[in-house]
Design a protein around this ligand. Structure first.
Ligand SMILES: [Zn+2]
Length: 65
């Protein structure tokens, strides 16, 4: 299965899952019921959750490690 997409989830072999957003704490439109879901075939996460956090005005990167 090298170089091909998984026939189950359709994701490319080395790409991330489908990107879904949490917009300032609120799941955006199209957000899955189960963002932890994995493909039953290739066992990769189907979703790549990106949290958008709006910084307070002013300077400073907020480290949240
Ligand atoms: Zn798959």
């Amino acid at each position: 299965m090298q170089g091909g997409r998984c026939p189950e989830c359709g994701l490319p072999p080395d790409g991330p899952g489908r990107i879904v957003l949490i917009d300032d704490g609120t799941p955006a439109e199209g957000f899955p019921d189960d963002p932890e879901e994995r493909c039953s075939r290739c066992d990769r996460p189907l979703w790549c959750v990106v949290q958008i956090v709006y910084e307070e005005e002013g300077e400073g990167a907020i480290a949240d490690a």
